[in-house]
Design a protein around this ligand. Structure first.
Ligand code: PBG
Length: 333
């Protein structure tokens, strides 16, 4: 390509008015790109704020149904459900994870009955259900055992599909879980239940506020997830993981966290060309909210700019705690 020189080319010509800028915009954020993560409480008429995530509330199912009416009006296409399990239901074996009447399963059935067109994404991992806060079953030395964990994850995934999940999203980072879950779904007749693999999920310190929200922070006791989640130093490894998950049967893949890992989103899109999602995680949300609360950043503008950056990096969609607010802003603009 020959690039003509100034003044034949003045880059500012196409920036001179709104209509022109819109016409040549390379990327656009729409409500169709947004997946809204929600925290679900047991019981009724219960609402709790999450201190480290201002503006995010954990809701019991009845209140979540009311909230979903508003989300549906805004056109939000999908919810990602995260159950908050009472401490006395957490065990070493995470049995509550595949309870057909668990909080996540109940929420899915209620939401599907009232809002059949809103897609439900279910998190498959054991950390909200284990007494030690790890994503899998641990042995005597505290190591998370891969293959035993996968057996439980399969039960959890099937119970979610039975309860109406449209998208199963394993976030546990065990090896081989995508293939095993896919086979089990096929066998049970859930042929159209999609899998969005949290493929490139890093052992990140940005998940702190989420662990407060689901109550796993105290259980993990300063421990970490570095023996299964990825090392933030690595990029080729992410492409390797993603390629394996696709081969095992993932329909869509995810990169997580989001903004500090947009280089991985871009590589995934360029090299593997598969449906790619990114998660703007709890810590990213918390730091934005802190800056908004201090008046250091303009809330509306920064929310939309931060989400547009995901689209520019190649993401097909974004999981974000700003989904509701962004949908409202997009509607107004
Ligand atoms: C569970 C899970 C986590 C998140 C999503 N699913 C926490 C973790 O891996 O410790 C984090 C989401 C966020 O920080 O917003 N495995």
């Amino acid at each position: 390509m020959t690039i003509s020189a100034f003044p034949a080319r003045r880059m500012r010509r196409l920036r001179a008015q709104d209509a022109l800028r819109n016409m040549v915009a390379e990327n656009q954020l729409t409500v169709n790109d947004l997946i809204y993560p929600v925290f679900v409480l047991p019981g009724k008429n219960s609402r709790q704020s999450v201190v480290s995530m201002p503006g995010v509330e954990r809701l019991s199912i009845d209140l979540l149904l009311k909230e979903t009416e508003k989300l549906a009006e805004l056109g939000i296409p999908a919810l990602a459900l995260f159950p908050v399990t009472p401490a006395d239901q957490k065990t070493e074996g995470a049995e509550e994870a595949f309870n057909a009447n668990g909080i996540a399963q109940q929420a899915m059935r209620s939401l599907k009955a009232e809002f059949p067109h809103i897609m439900l994404m279910s998190d498959v991992a054991l950390d909200p259900f284990t007494s030690h806060g790890q994503d899998g079953l641990v042995n005597e030395s505290g190591y998370v055992e891969n293959d035993k964990t996968v057996e439980v994850l399969v039960k959890q995934a099937i119970s979610h599909a039975d309860a109406g999940a449209d998208i199963i999203a394993p976030s546990d980072m065990m090896d081989g879980r995508i293939g095993t879950i896919r086979q089990a779904l096929e066998k049970q007749g859930h042929t159209n239940t999609c899998i969005m693999a949290y493929s490139a999920k890093y052992a990140s310190a940005y998940y702190g506020p989420f662990r407060d929200a689901v109550g796993s922070a105290a259980n993990i006791k300063g421990g970490n997830k570095k023996t299964y989640q990825m090392d933030p130093a690595n990029s080729d490894e992410a492409i390797h993981e993603i390629a394996m998950d696709i081969q095992e049967g993932a329909d869509m893949v995810m990169v997580k966290p989001g903004m500090p890992y947009l280089d991985i989103v871009r590589r995934c899109k360029d090299e593997l060309k598969v449906p790619t999602f990114a998660y703007q995680v709890s810590g990213e949300y918390a730091m934005h909210q802190a800056a908004f609360a201090n008046g250091w950043l303009n809330k509306e503008a920064v929310i939309l700019e931060s989400l547009l950056a995901f689209k520019r990096a190649g993401a097909d969609g974004i999981l974000t705690y700003f989904a509701r607010e962004a949908a409202l802003l997009l509607k107004q603009s």
